[in-house]
Structures are given as C-alpha cells and as structure tokens.
Design a protein around this ligand. Structure first.
Ligand SMILES: [Ca+2]
Ligand SMILES: [Ca+2]
Length: 615
C-alpha cells in the first residue's frame, strides 16, 4: 500500500515537472536588489492555452501586480514587483488554465558583485577595442562545432558562408595576444543563439536573446570569457540587436500577437536612407519604410512601439549585463530603430548601471546625419541620449579620402581636417568609436590598394586621433579582403585552428612584412596605453598645407605631435610653425624608432611620424 501511494505521488509530481519543463520564462531569471523593482515576465508554453489562465505567485517580497493575456494563448505576461525583502531563490508560479494547475519555478538570483569596478565599467578614450567574429577567430573546442538538433549543420572552413567552428573558448585562449597589442576591450559579433537554417556565422539573426549560442560554447563559455577578461583588467562589449530578430526566433514563429513585428501587406524592405528621419521635407511613408521595413527577409523588423516588446528588449539588455558582466553595448542597425524607444532603453540601462556605455552602429552619410543619432548640439525636435556612435563619417569622409585622393583645394587630407572640424555638432565627439574596417567592409589594407605606407599611416592616425580606437581582427597582420560579398572580409584568423601552417599568435609562418607590421601595431598600442596625451589629452589640428597635415594631442604632462605627409614629395617641418603647441619644446622623440628630432626635420612622402615633444 505504501508503495502504491508513493507511486501515485511520484506520478502527480511528474506531471508537474513535465508541465514545468514546458514553461519558458523571459527573462529566464531575475535578480534581487535591482534599482528598478519592477519586472515583466513573459511566460510561454507552446503546448498550452493560457487564454483564460490565472496566475498566483508565492514568494516573500514578490508581488504580482497584473497579468496580461495575448491573442496567442501560448503566452501570458506578469507584472511583478520585487521588494527589498526578496531573497535569492525559486519563486513559485502557479498557473491555472483549462482546469489544470501548472506549478513551476522562476529563479531570483543574487546580484553580480563589483558593479562599475569589474563589470558595467563603460568605455573611455583610454580603451583600445578589438573586434572579432567568434566563428572565425579560433576554435578552442572542436566538440561544439556541430550541435545536434540545431537547424544549420554546416561546417566547412573552405566556404565563406558556412560555419568554421570558432568559439568563445578559442577567444579565451588568446587574451595574452590582445594584451600584447595593448588592447583593453573585446567586442564580438553577437553571441546569442542563432538557430537559423544557414548563414549563422555572423550572429545577427537571434532566435533566443536569453541563450548563448551552443556552438560558441553556450552560457558557461561566455561567463568564463567574461571572468577571464575581467581578471586581466579587460572589458567586454556585447553586440546587441534591437532592430530585428532572426526569422526562426520563437517570437517570430509563435508571436504573442501580430503586433510584435512590423507587418506589411507584402514583403517590404527598409530603403536604408536615414535622411528621411530628419529631412524637413520628408514624407511619412518614406519614414515608415525606413524604420518599419525589414532589414532582410531573414530578419523580421521588431515593433518597438509595442510596450511588451520594449520591456522584453530592455530587460534582456539589463539581464545580459547582470548575468555575463557586460561593460558596454554596441547596438547593431541603430538607425533603423525607433529612436524614442532607444532613448528609453539607453536610459533604463544608465539608471541601473551609471557607467554603462552604449555606442550605436549608425552607418550614415555625413557628420550631421551621424550626430543626429547621438548626444548632439543640433536643434532638432528629437534629441538622442545615445553616448556614442561608430564613426563611419570620419572613416569615409576623413581618413580614406586623405590617403586615397590626390590633394587639392577640396580633396585629399583636407577632408580629414574638415570632417573633424564638424565635431562641434557632437556633445562629446571623443566618445565616438573610430575604426578602419569591420565585418561588413573591405579590409583597410585592400581599401588602400595594399599599400604598406598608406596602411601604416591609417593605423598611426587611428591610435592618435580623438575617439576610442577599434581594431578588426586580422587587419593587424595585413589580412586582405574585399567585401563583395562580405564573407571575404570574414576569413579565419591564422593560427586559430589546430594545424594552421600560418599562426599569428606564435608568429610562425608570418611573412617578414606581416610580422614587421604586427610589431608596429603592438608598438603603437603599447605607446598609446602609456600616453596620457593620446588617451585623455586635448586635440588641436592645423590646416593642412598642400598635403602636410599636423595635429597635436596634449595635456599638462605630455605633448604629442602627429605629422602626416600625404604629399608626393618629402616635406620640411619646423616646430616654429606650430607655436601654440610647440612653445617651450626644443625637439622631440620619434616614438617608432626612438630617434631624437630637432626643431626642424624632414618627413618623406606618404609617411607619418608621431613625435613626443621634449624640452
Ligand atoms: Ca568549436
Ligand atoms: Ca526597424
């Protein structure tokens, strides 16, 4: 008899467990003692009908305020308040639906320790960012290359569009390499689950924002990478996508209601032209298409005007910081988002994490367009609170024409000067993340016609100009690649896979030119790391003189003179021509070779010199 009773108890218990397993929570857990005490929990059970469900929550310090139902009965949402009394533990959710009682738990965790000290630290101009694609950097664990059950089972290093097996363990294995480069901060293409049928190598088509991609090693590998970085005094940027989901995201395939996505009578793509957002003469239909049009057929556009969607995205960002120890966010496709909603998400993050830093990908045409999307001095009805942007304008409108165009009244290096002159449009231009290439763009060495002198100038500029410099993996060893298609700029980092004959980590197999370039990048990075003028100093530029462009980084303790000669001939430079910054200095030291420089010197054509001035 006793045995029978136990059997029944076991059976009932099993039903509850089965039910509990079928229930998903978003956020998957939350934390006690957050500043914002309110959380909205989206509850999903794809084999239940919650249309008339009731919910009870039993937990000290947790109060249920409201339950929301959706047209899709697989979901309910619960607004809850977590008071200071609440302790970490399992919060009991009892859902009664169609005569059935589902008893399930949702976890409250303790907060991460070290807020602002070893996570949520933000970025500053003292940082140097290394950007990589985990699938293409290093394969630290071949066992996760293919995960049974995921839609994409491709694995082929010979194909630019199929997965190569790189992962987070591979990145963790090479933190010393980053430190040799003087890198302080890591940014990777998105690491959340992308359970899509193909093109899963880039990570921009999320299918679950609360799960780290298993082929990258899952949650544990990300946690381990974050801890390893922080133990070395480094930081972690998370790439986050608010604009779209992957087509196989559960919120697309099984949306709580139709209005979680922007719906169109027929497939409608964004036209990618941001001008319609601030053009005083724009049409409403152009504006709607820009913001609500889909990025691609595989990336449905998220409806930010839906308040549940806004909560889902906001909480996911906060959850990511608290769970994985994120220090900053790079927001993908920022200009396609509802910027009012973005402002609220940015503010929610800052309210919880005062030092958190967010920069948006605003791939736009010109400085005024770019300034529109960040904190600026423009007199427009919309005022962005975004801290910074990837500085596309300074790249396309500045350094590239400086090196690729012949100098004239309005071409060549004057464009670099003029683009920087427009910094008055930004509240704080030095927050901008400056770069020479990324995963969408032709690699810098190829953009500059594979010219070593030009590529060398480009990097010298990157490390000495105002802003937060960002490298793109592999370009430091002169990797080439034209972004047509983008797979060609996403090739494997040499040495990341066992058996690679070329290995940039050990320098084995690098050509003399590649090695010497890598050593120069290391020299620049380490000089910058110890230079207060480059990290936090002021910036002054002089009008270019027939292709000779001189600017200074300076503070009370250090003055660094940067001389870029884009002319076709050797030029003479005299400190006395730059009195405002050179008064009191007799000469300087060339940071590349340590050579002393007098008050006048010559600089060869198409070269750049960085000179620390001496008294
Ligand atoms: Ca792997
Ligand atoms: Ca959009």
């Amino acid at each position: 008899m006793k045995k029978v009773i136990l059997g029944w108890v076991g059976f009932i218990f099993m039903i509850n467990i089965l039910n509990a397993q079928a229930v998903e929570f978003y956020p998957s857990n939350w934390f006690v003692n957050m500043k914002n005490k309110q959380v909205q929990v989206l509850i999903r059970a794809s084999n239940e009908n919650f249309s008339n469900a009731t919910l009870k929550i039993q937990y000290e310090g947790v109060q249920l305020q409201k339950v929301h139902h959706f047209s899709n009965g697989h979901y309910i949402a619960a607004d809850i308040v977590i008071s200071e009394k609440a302790k970490p533990g399992n919060v009991n959710f009892i859902i009664e639906s169609e005569g059935k009682k589902i008893n399930t738990n949702w976890t409250l965790k303790a907060r991460r320790k070290g807020l602002g000290k070893n996570f949520a630290q933000g970025l500053s101009t003292s940082d140097l960012v290394y950007f990589l694609m985990p699938d293409r950097f290093s394969n630290g664990d071949p066992n996760n290359d293919k995960i049974p059950g995921l839609k994409d089972q491709g694995l082929n290093r010979d194909s630019i569009f199929i997965r190569h097996g790189g992962d987070l363990q591979g990145v963790t294995n090479h933190l010393n390499y980053f430190q040799q480069l003087g890198v302080t901060t890591l940014w990777m293409t998105p690491v959340v689950e992308n359970d899509m049928p193909d093109r899963t190598e880039h990570g921009y088509a999320a299918t679950n924002n609360y799960k780290i991609e298993k082929r990258f090693g899952g949650d544990n590998a990300y946690m381990n990478l974050s801890d390893s970085l922080h133990n070395k005094g480094m930081k972690l940027i998370q790439d986050i996508v608010y604009n779209h989901f992957g087509r196989f995201h559960f919120l697309v395939q099984d949306a709580p209601s139709k209005d979680w996505l922007h719906q169109w009578p027929a497939y409608t793509q964004t036209h990618y032209r941001e001008q319609v957002l601030f053009d005083p003469y724009h049409s409403k239909s152009d504006e709607e298409k820009m913001i609500n049009g889909w990025f691609t057929t595989e990336m449905p556009d998220v409806n930010h005007e839906n308040v549940f969607v806004e909560k889902y995205l906001t909480q996911n960002a906060i959850w990511s910081v608290e769970t994985f120890g994120i220090d900053a966010f790079r927001v993908d496709t920022y200009k396609y988002c509802n910027v009012e909603v973005m402002n609220r998400i940015n503010k929610s993050l800052l309210d919880e994490y005062p030092k958190i830093f967010t920069f948006g990908e605003c791939w736009v045409d010109g400085v005024s367009s770019q300034a529109y999307f960040v904190e600026n001095n423009l007199n427009t009805p919309f005022k962005s609170n975004l801290i910074a942007t990837s500085d596309f304008s300074l790249l396309f409108g500045g350094i590239l024409p400086a090196l690729n165009e012949s100098n004239s009244w309005n071409n060549g290096v004057i464009k670099l000067y003029s683009t920087l002159a427009q910094d008055f449009l930004y509240k704080k231009a030095s927050n901008n993340v400056i770069f020479l290439d990324n995963h969408d763009m032709t690699r810098i060495h190829s953009t500059l016609g594979e010219s070593i002198p030009k590529t060398k100038i480009a990097y010298t500029w990157l490390y000495t100009c105002r802003g937060i410099p960002q490298l793109y993996y592999g370009s430091e060893i002169l990797m080439k690649g034209i972004s047509n298609p983008d797979g060609w700029v996403r090739l494997d980092f040499p040495g990341g896979w066992e058996g690679d004959t070329k290995n940039a980590f050990t320098e084995k197999g690098l050509s003399e030119i590649e090695l010497s370039f890598l050593n120069y990048i290391k020299l620049l990075g380490n000089y910058r790391k110890n230079s207060s003028a480059l990290k936090t100093g002021s910036f002054m530029q002089y009008l270019p003189d027939n292709g000779l462009y001189v600017y200074f980084r300076y503070d009370k303790s250090q003055t660094v003179m940067c001389v870029m000669n884009t002319d076709t001939m050797e030029r003479k430079v005299s400190l006395s021509n730059f009195q405002e910054r050179t008064v009191g200095f007799k000469g300087g030291k060339n940071i590349e070779n340590g050579n002393a420089i007098g008050s006048t010197f010559t600089i060869p054509a198409m070269t750049m010199q960085v000179i620390e001035l001496t008294k």
